[in-house]
Design a protein around this ligand. Structure first.
Ligand code: THU
Length: 174
């Protein structure tokens, strides 16, 4: 038996002001997208924005449903919209922003502004990773809250070690 190790690197920015201008612009799009979230059940508003290689930005927000599992995360709404409108176009980056807007939201600690943040759920990681593979290019992830620290990853692949992917299955569908 052999012991294997998995390591990954990511970056943090103290605030959006510390982001590269292109990432900061995409982050602002995700913030805007958050306002279109339909989240009456969780009150957790999530906005996402995908920047394509052709410069187009596609927004998405989480859409919930009374039949709970029927809803969809902001990331997948944005990624699927981008892939269906611009098939084959590489995705440079995905920005994600979240804010809890429920009544029992924790009060902000003294001297700080309240900020929620999010990292993609497992299902979204699986989906993002497949588009990286399909399009042959990493998707940069920029994620955080309305204020505060932002996390930046060079690729979604790092979020999902030993991801499920079967060459056999892709051969069948081609
Ligand atoms: N949600 C997202 O949109 N993205 C994530 O990365 C995590 C969760 C949504 C799903 C649901 O509408 C709400 O947030 C609470 O889970």
């Amino acid at each position: 038996m052999e012991r294997k190790e998995f390591k990954f690197h990511y970056h943090t920015a103290e605030s959006t002001e510390a982001l590269e201008p292109r990432d900061a612009a995409l982050y602002r799009e995700a913030l805007e997208a958050m306002n279109s979230a339909y989240a009456p059940y969780s009150k957790f508003f999530v906005g996402a924005a995908v920047e394509l290689e052709n410069g187009v930005i596609v927004r998405g927000s989480n859409q919930e449903n009374i039949a709970y599992p029927s809803g969809l995360c902001a990331e997948r709404v944005a990624i699927f919209a981008a892939a269906s409108k611009y098939p084959g176009v590489k995705m440079r980056a995905l920005a994600i922003v979240a804010s809890y807007r429920g009544e029992n939201a924790d009060p902000a600690p003294a001297g700080t502004e309240k900020s929620d943040s999010v990292t993609p759920c497992g299902a979204c990681r699986q989906v993002i990773t497949e588009y990286e593979r399909l399009l042959g290019s990493p998707i940069r992830i920029i994620t955080g809250g309305e204020n505060g620290t932002v996390i930046i990853l060079d690729s979604a692949q790092a979020l999902l070690p030993l991801v499920f992917f079967s060459e056999a299955l892709t051969k069948q569908v081609k």
